[in-house]
Design a protein around this ligand. Sequence first.
Ligand SMILES: Cc1ncc(COP(=O)(O)O)c(C=O)c1O
Length: 478
Amino acid sequence: MSTVASSAPAWTIPNFLEVRDGSLAINGADALELIRKHDSPLFVFSEPRIRSNIERLKQAAQSVEHPIRFFYASKANSNMAVLKTVRESGIDIEVNSGGELFKALRAGYRPNQIIFNGTSKSAGELDDAVSAGIYAINVDSIYEIGLVEDAVRRVAAASGKPAKPARIALRLVPEIGTRSHLGLQTALLTSKFGISSSEVLDAFRRGLQNPDLIHVCGIHIHVGSQTPDVEPFAEAFRSMWEHLVGIHRETGHTLEHINLGGGIPVNYLRDRSQADQLPEHERDMLGADLEPSVVLSEALRVARESARAADAEHLLDKTTILLEPGRSIIADAGLVLTTVLNMKQRPETGDVWLLTDAGYNIMLSMNNYKWYYHTISATRAGEPHESSYKVAGPLCDSGDVYFDIERCGRLPDYRKLPANVQPGEVLALLNCGAYSLAQMFHYNGRPLPAAVLVDEEGSASLIRRRDTYEDLVTSDIW
Ligand SMILES: Cc1ncc(COP(=O)(O)O)c(C=O)c1O
C-alpha cells in the first residue's frame, strides 16, 4: 500500500497532487509509472480536478442568486476528452474558430450552448455558425454585422428556406487595464479587439436594422486573461450594464445577456519557494487568488447600484450573466512530465545545466509570456528542493530555456530541485493544462507528446496518442 507524505510540500493538493512513496502521484496514479507506460514528455490531466474547478464556478453562481451561464473557453484546451469532461460537468462552450466550433459540435454540445468569438471570422466560419444556429456570434466590429447578415442570406438561399435570424452579441473594448501581461489584456483601445464605447450605440442601431436577419441578444467584454483583481471585472460589468440601459431607453430593445468574458486567475505560486526570484508585479499576477464568487458579487453590486439609481432593477433581474472561463477550469488540472536527457557543468559560471525533452514547442507560453510553471522532481517529489539548476528544453534555439533569456527577470534564473539530479530523472511542470496542449507545434521535427486523463480511481486513459514520425510528413506533398 502506498503512503502519502505526512508533511506535504506547498504545491500539493490533497487527493489530487500528492507525494506517494516519495514520488509524484496524480489522483493516485504514479507519475513514473505513467512515463514508463506512455513515454516522455507526457501531458497528464486530472478529470476530478476539472470537475471540481467547474463545481467551484457553479457554487459561485449559486452564491449570487442570479441567472448565470458558464461557457468554457475552449481555446485554453480543446482536446476532445477535455471537452467531453467539461460538457458532462454541465456547462456550455465558447469557441474561437470554425475548427473549435466543429470540435464543440463533435463533442456533443448543442448549438444553443455555443458562443463564437473572434476578430477575423471567415465567410465559411460564419456560414457554419449561422447554419448550426448557435447561441451567439460575438461580433467584433460594426462591419462584421454586415458579414453575419450576408452569411444568413447565403445559408437561407442554400437551404431554400426563409432566413432565420442569427443571434449576435457586440464585443466592446472599453479601455480597461489589468495587471496581467500586455499580450493578455484585451480591453484596451490599443488592443485589436472589440468595438469602442463611442461606437456602441451606432453598432446597436446597425444591429437592429434588419431583424429578419439578425437578433442582437447581448453585449460582451473580455478584459483579459489571468486578471488578478476584481476591479476590472466590476468596471467592465458596469460599462456593459450602462450600455444595456442606454440601448433600452434609446431603442426599446432589451438585451438578454451580459457576457463578462474569461480571465479568472489561477494561483501559479501555491508553492512560493522560488517566488522571491520574481519581480513583485509578476508575483502578484501569477499568485493571484481571486474567488469567482467575489467577481460575480462585485459585478452585480455595481450594476445593482447603477440600476437603482436609474430605476432599472427590473431590467437587471431579467439579464443573464455569462462568463467564459478557460484557464480557471483547466490550468491546474494539467501538468507536463519531462525527463532529463542530458546534463553539463559550466566551470566558468558554476552552473549545472539540465536538458529535458520538453521544449517551448509544447509549452509555448513559457517562451512567449515567460509564464511560470512551478517545476519539481516527480522522481523525488518528497525530497527538499534546494539545489539550483539552469533548466532547458531540447530545441535548437537559445530561447528554449526555463528562465528569462532576455534577463528581464520574468522567470527565475534557476530552478530549485533536489541535489544531484541526473539524466533519467523525471521532472513535472505543474499547472500547465491551459494554453499548452492547444498551442503545440512540430518545430525541429519533434513528434508531439501523448496526453492521459486520470480518473478518481487513479486509472489513466490515453486522450491523445503520441505522434509518430509519419505524422510529421502527412500534410506535406512532394
Ligand atoms: C474572448 C475570450 N473569452 C474567454 C477567454 C478565456 O480567458 P481565461 O482562460 O483567462 O479564462 C479568452 C482568452 O483570453 C478570450 O479571449
